[in-house]
Structures are given as structure tokens and as C-alpha cells.
Design a protein around this ligand. Sequence first.
Ligand SMILES: Cc1cc2nc3c(=O)[nH]c(=O)nc-3n(C[C@H](O)[C@H](O)[C@H](O)COP(=O)(O)OP(=O)(O)OC[C@H]3O[C@@H](n4cnc5c(N)ncnc54)[C@H](O)[C@@H]3O)c2cc1C
Length: 354
Amino acid sequence: MTKIMGAGPAGLCAAINIAKAGREVKIFEMRSDVGMRFHPNLQGLKDVGNPEDYMKELNINPKTGFRYFSRAFFGTRKRDIELDIGKSMPFVVRGGKESLEYGLYREALDLGVEFEFNSRITKDGVDIVAAGHGGTCDAAALGMVFEDTDFPRDAFLIIFDDRYSPKGWYSYIVPISDDRVEFVNCVSQPHVPLLRKLTEKALQERKIVRGFLDGKKKVATFGGVGNVSVPKTAFINNRYYVGEAAGFQDPFMGFGITYALKSAKMAADAIVNGYDYDAMWKREIMPRMRKDFARRFPVSIFGDALPEMFMRKYRSGDRIDFQDVIPSSFPLYNVAEFVLFRLEVLKKRLTGFW
Ligand SMILES: Cc1cc2nc3c(=O)[nH]c(=O)nc-3n(C[C@H](O)[C@H](O)[C@H](O)COP(=O)(O)OP(=O)(O)OC[C@H]3O[C@@H](n4cnc5c(N)ncnc54)[C@H](O)[C@@H]3O)c2cc1C
């Protein structure tokens, strides 16, 4: 029997793929149910193209609806504009019974995967570690849910402003239902201890945020931390580390779901077919993460001046594809990316911070 620690997206995706190969699987989850890590909220899926096709590639079928917003309010320190974003960013529910993880849970149950809840186990007894950040905090996000706001339901808002989200991180508002929106602020270390204060400050000071949320009823708060690393190996003592437990997280925007799902599928394939897991993630995940690290380095130095620069050419009403905002092809792009990646890794080694 394959034993897995953690029923997040990574643990569930691994379990489903192993069960589909006809093997017995058991997941140990420290919480009392799936979907309890987050208060229900929407999280973006990056680099997936069509999310339904992406799930098929991963051999999973969570039967989760994806959400799109046709407009985005984009803010920098100096200005706020409204853009037409088409379908460039799918969102998925995290937390609760409508979530991605709950959809995966149902699929896993149908395949006969066993679950043991309220079971905080150690790594010793498992084959796959899918336990998330494991207490390491390289970045953190604080979210607040508000009721009865007139924030439009077909839009989200994203703001790059170092006064509230240093350095080069961001805050956002996303509508999560007809009567609720979430306001989330993200920062990386060493600013994490200030996160609550900075978030309150943004709510009080940033005009566009205040305009939508001032005086509205706050009904919940949620949040969490992220673990980012460049592991030498994710196969330690015969155990496969997947998702954030391995440090597969995006140090640029904090988008870890696709890394969690992809690495889990790879670990499952490695177990079922005897493939080399380290070789697989180094080939398919690391090149994408290298881009994230390469982007984090200049942003951690120049902060919100960079989003301002990249967005300068856009005016309200313009069409934008968020995947194309940062150029990914110019002469010597690969060399620049490699150098920036190395500098970011060096910076982490010297300062302790991404
Ligand atoms: C506020 C916030 C917003 C985010 N927004 C986005 C976004 O928009 N897009 C995106 O791609 N990513 C986003 N992320 C990151 C994303 O949520 C994570 O990268 C992703 O959930 C990682 O999946 P995982 O399966 O590796 O770990 P997790 O989702 O953390 O799942 C780990 C599971 O293991 C369980 N567990 C932990 N320890 C034990 C133990 N000892 N025994 C048993 N079970 C254990 C936990 O209870 C949990 O259920 C966000 C994160 C936060 C905090």
C-alpha cells in the first residue's frame, strides 16, 4: 500500500494516479476533513492554458468549475487602470466543499483511496510527503472576506504598491460569490511580521480599495505561508516530496497549485513505472521555476517600479493577456534568465530571503 501524508492538491493528485494504476493507497490528513486548510477562496492557475485539458493531462477529473473574470483593475503606486483580460487567467475555488481539493477527494473515494483524518503523522511511515509548507515561511498571504460590497462580479483587482506589499509583491480583490469578496495581501520575508499592519494600512489608505471595502462587514480572515526552495533532490530516504513540501512554489507570484499537481503526477508515475522522479521534475518543473526566480530578483531590488514600467504602455480599456506582460523572448533572454536565477539563489544564500 502507498501511504501519503497530506490531502491537499498534491497528495490527492498523487493518490488518484496511483489508485488508477490498480494499487492500494491511503492518505493521512491532520485536519478533520479535506478542504479545511483554506476558508473558501479563489486562487489563480498559472500556465495551464485550458484548465479542463490541463486536468486531463494530469489524469485527474475534479469536476470543479473554473472561474474567469473579463476585467481587471490594475493598480501601481502611481495609477489605477481598468483592463480587458479576456480569458487569460482561470481561477479555482480552494477550501470548502466546492473546492478543487474536495473534487479530487470525491474522485479518490470513487477509486477506493482510503483516508484517515485527524491524523498528524510523521514522515517516517509514508511513501509520499505532500504536507505543504511544513512550517517554512518564505512568503505569506493574509486574506479578509467582506460582505455586501458593490465590487463588480466580472472583475478582479490587483495592486503592486510597495508601501503595502513590499518588495514587488501585491494585493488583490476577487469576488468569491454574489455577496462576498476577498481582499488578500502578499509579502515575502523579511516583511511577514508586518503583514497584518500593512494589510490594515492598505485598507485604510489605498483609495481604490477603500472605495470598495470601507465600512463593509468583514466576515472572515484566512491566510497562510509558502515554502520555496531549489532542492537538490526531492527523493529522500525513499520518500517522494511533492508540491510545497518539496519547495515547489512560485517565488514571484506565490502560485503553487500547478507545481503541486504536476510534481504529484510525476511522483505517482515514478512509483508506478519505476521512473526517476528527480530527473522528471528537474526537466519539467525547474525550467518554469527558474523563470519565477529570475523575475523575483529584479523585483526584489526595484520593487513596484518594475510593474509600473511593464504596464506603462497600457491605458484603461486596453486588452491584455497577463501571461504576456513580461517579455519572454529577446536577444540573450536565456542568458539573462540564467544570470538572474543564479543571482536570486545567491541572494537567498547571503540574506536568507528570496
Ligand atoms: C492565501 C493564499 C493564497 C494563495 N493563492 C494562490 C493562487 O492564487 N494560485 C496558486 O497557484 N497558489 C496559491 N497559493 C499557494 C497554494 O495554495 C499552495 O501552493 C498549494 O496549496 C500547495 O499544495 P500542496 O498540496 O503542496 O499543499 P497544501 O495545499 O498545503 O496541502 C497540504 C495538506 O497536508 C496536510 N498536512 C500537513 N501536515 C500534515 C501532517 N503532519 N500529517 C497529515 N497531514 C498534514 C494539511 O492539512 C493539508 O491538507 C496561495 C496560498 C495562500 C496561503
